[in-house]
Design a protein around this ligand. Structure first.
Ligand code: ZN
Length: 603
């Protein structure tokens, strides 16, 4: 590992404007420099370099970081290599320093497993091409329309049906049985010593990370054996809730086209790539997770979900509703006609029909409403009533009142009901007002995934380092609702001196979760003439909102405790309730009218 102080010396000596300027042409714009982004296609420059902060940020694709991340990205090389090369250029020699034994052990295990999975993938692929036993597998892939070129590109393979074909081959190649098991390719025998192959008689799909290294496998059964699909277990390399199949092959197309298609199986993803839709990825037999969304967010905020049209597919789409609500993603649901799956549809109808299907795909909300209505219309009167309730509860989650009333009109139309009667029923529903109390987000610098206005103002002041020590003590991560904002505040607020704070800010600028907003905010100009007013007003809004949410939770808990006769608990809750109400009252007394519009001069 390269010592931190050497890295810092190199960073201080190199000028990011020079380094970036060697790769693209930059022109001065205010305090910053602008140019056409080398990481996505654009006609007007949104790639910004800040000489004062020595960072870059693209407002188009969100790419950004410091001089090292720029060079890594543009040269496709590793951090140590980039530091070494740049060190040579600016005259700071780089020497290695030993790492701790535990870290070294983990790094070495990872290296060994990656070498092992690479050899395993090559072997599976050779099996498929050459082994007589793989004949049915080859026929099967041909029957699913996989061309030799696609089989090559996705490195599809075959695992032999014996108990230890993979084990023997990998042992011969010099790997230990323990490592083969640690990589998820072998299982310890229960009754005796030794191991046996996990994947037997299956078509094998290597699963790669974003660096295109094989980290796991998916295997499909050829006959009626179960399970039909089998994935690698959780290993030091592989965690299926964080992996999207084919993302390594799809990332450039996703950035270029501005959206990602998410399907449920390897075959669907591969068929889409083969047909020219290179922005398709697949989940590995799990529902989408929050970790998946964070992964996708690095490339786009537009998602098209493609599910099978059967009821399981519809249920899968509905389950993602809560995951996506308030996430800032724009989500559409495409469905192929009954009897088809994405794979068969694109092969029989062609890419143009598929593109039309994507283009006309309803939003996730429209789709969900439609699915409930279809179920309701088919059923009894009671079913219809329940369906109306379901749909209305769903509509409550829409924060925009215009969207809400349009949706209610649509539902009334669809059910042949009177709009006024439906509206009356809607108003009578118990309200989950936590969502409703969330303020309208500001468009600001985050067009795709805006921050609540008050949170944006506070973070902007924080990133520009204009807060006084007293102000600093008042900013707390738990008051924020946006996860990126929480992360940024928690990173920066542990620092208590100006210079450690600058380090923390630099770290936040490279953070996976909050890096993009940190960089974007630091490159805006501060529009406030009265910083104290802007700070106080936003902080007040933020705290009031947090208190409102907490009050509601405590009231509900208190009612429950009283009802169940847990008097002691109810009393404690009432005390807390009182404290919060006082806090709210105190906050309300701070008179916002003494500030003009958050102190903005040009909003
Ligand atoms: Zn860009």
């Amino acid at each position: 590992m390269i010592p931190e102080d050497v890295i810092n010396r190199i960073r201080e000596r190199a000028d990011i404007v020079d380094i970036v300027g060697a790769h693209l042409s930059l022109t001065k714009a205010g305090q910053n420099f602008k140019g056409l982004c080398p990481f996505h296609q654009e006609k007007t420059p949104s790639f910004t370099v800040s000489p004062s902060r020595q960072t870059f940020h693209c407002f188009g694709c969100g790419e950004g970081g410091n001089v090292f991340s720029f060079l890594m990205k543009i040269d496709g090389s590793t951090f140590p290599a980039v530091v070494r090369a740049l060190g040579e250029k600016v005259g700071v020699p780089v020497e290695d320093r030993p790492v701790s034994p535990a870290v070294r052990q983990r790094m070495e295990l990872r290296e060994r497993l990656l070498a092992l999975t690479k050899v395993a993938a090559e072997r599976f692929h050779l099996n498929l091409l050459a082994d007589a036993e793989a004949e049915p597998a080859r026929n099967y892939l041909a029957s699913r329309g996989m061309t030799p070129d696609t089989i090559e590109r996705f490195d599809i393979g075959y695992s032999q049906s014996g108990w230890d074909g993979t084990l023997t081959a990998l042992t011969k190649a010099g790997f230990s049985a323990e490592d083969i098991a640690a990589a998820g390719l072998a299982i310890p025998r229960e009754q005796a010593a030794g191991f046996y192959d996990r994947f037997r008689g299956r078509v094998m799909f290597p699963i790669r990370d974003l660096q295109k290294q094989v980290i796991g496998f998916g295997g499909r059964m050829l006959d009626d054996g179960t399970p039909k699909y089998l994935n690698s277990p959780e290993t030091p390399l592989f965690s299926k809730g964080r992996i999207l199949y084919a993302l390594d092959a799809a990332r450039d197309a996703i950035t270029r086209l501005g959206y990602v298609i998410v399907v449920e199986g390897y075959f669907d993803a591969i068929a889409l790539h083969q047909a020219g839709c290179a922005n398709a990825v697949a989940t590995l037999g799990t529902a989408l997770t929050p970790e998946h969304l964070e992964l996708i967010r690095r490339f786009t905020q537009r998602v098209v979900l493609l599910f099978d049209p059967d009821s399981a597919g519809v249920r899968a789409a509905l389950r993602t509703m809560d995951l996506f609500l308030g996430s800032g993603f724009s989500v559409q649901v495409g469905s192929v006609p009954a009897g088809d799956d994405p794979d068969t549809f694109i092969r029989s109808q062609g890419p143009d029909a598929f593109a039309a299907l994507i283009k006309s795909a309803p939003s996730l909300l429209e789709f969900t409403v439609q699915a409930s209505l279809t179920a309701g219309r088919a059923g009894t009167v009671e079913d219809r009533v329940r369906c109306v309730e379901d749909v209305l509860t769903l509509l409550q989650k829409l924060s925009n009142p215009v969207e809400q009333s349009a949706a209610i009109r649509h539902v009334a139309d669809q059910l042949g009901m009177d709009e006024k009667a439906l509206l009356a029923r809607y108003k009578a529903l118990p309200r989950k007002s936590v969502k409703a109390s969330t303020p309208q987000p500001s468009a600001g610098v985050f067009e795709n995934q805006p921050l609540p206005k008050d949170e944006e103002v506070l973070l902007q002041l924080l990133v520009h380092e204009v807060l006084t020590p007293e102000m600093w003590t008042e900013v707390r991560a738990e008051d924020f609702t946006d996860t990126r904002a929480k992360r940024l505040v928690s990173l920066v607020c542990v620092a208590d001196a100006p210079h450690t704070r600058q380090q923390a800010l630099a770290q936040a600028g490279e953070d996976e979760l909050c890096g993009s907003i940190t960089r974007a905010l630091s490159m805006t100009e501060l529009p406030y003439d009265n910083i104290n007013a802007a700070f106080q007003q936003s902080l007040k809004a933020l705290k009031l909102r947090r208190i409102a949410v907490e009050l509601q939770e405590i009231k509900a808990a208190e009612a429950l405790a009283t009802k169940a006769g847990r008097d002691e608990e109810a009393r404690t809750l009432l005390v807390r309730l009182n404290v919060l109400q006082q806090e709210r009252q105190k906050l309300s007394k701070i008179n916002p009218s003494s500030y003009n519009e958050a102190g903005r001069i040009h909003a």
